[in-house]
Design a protein around this ligand. Structure first.
Ligand SMILES: [Ca+2]
Length: 155
């Protein structure tokens, strides 16, 4: 009986913890999608509960997200404006495929994604030569790695 009570208390505490963490750390839809599409989920098995896998400053100016967007975030927004019926995944892929360098730091956006630096912040860039990274990126599959999945959970 005491064991049962102990177990139900533990279960209750566990559920409460889950509810609290789910509420506090819930990530906006686009960020969740970008993390999976750009393979950042492979960095941490608990990525859904970690704010560190992809920071808000990937696309936003402020650490808390919201307006305004940085130059990379603005490129994504422009993609939506140009084609309002498109999906976020397609916009993200289109911007990366264009091989632009949103922040002008000398490293194209897709290469920064690959190197896990911020494509919208010139102060954040890979510390290795572009040619070397480009070769590694191409060998890994190039920008096609970041194509949106046809079906959710297909991999
Ligand atoms: Ca860049």
């Amino acid at each position: 009986m005491a064991e049962l009570r102990r177990r139900s208390t533990l279960l209750g505490a566990g559920l409460l913890l889950l509810a609290v963490s789910g509420g506090v750390l819930a990530m906006p839809q686009f960020r969740l999608q970008a993390i999976v599409q750009l393979h950042y989920d492979q960095l941490d098995p608990l990525w859904e509960y970690s704010g560190k896998v992809m920071s808000c400053t990937f696309c936003h100016v402020n650490k808390q997200g919201g307006a305004p967007w940085n130059v990379f975030g603005q490129a994504l927004k422009a993609g939506f404006v140009a084609n309002p019926r498109t999906s976020f995944g397609d916009v993200l892929y289109t911007v990366l495929k264009a091989n632009g360098d949103s922040d002008g730091d000398g490293y194209p956006d897709a290469i920064e994604v690959f190197a896990h630096t911020l494509p919208g912040d010139p102060a954040s860039h890979p510390d290795r030569p572009l040619a070397e990274l480009q070769q590694e990126f191409d060998a890994a599959g190039g920008v096609a790695m970041y194509a949106p999945k046809a079906k959710k959970g297909n991999r």
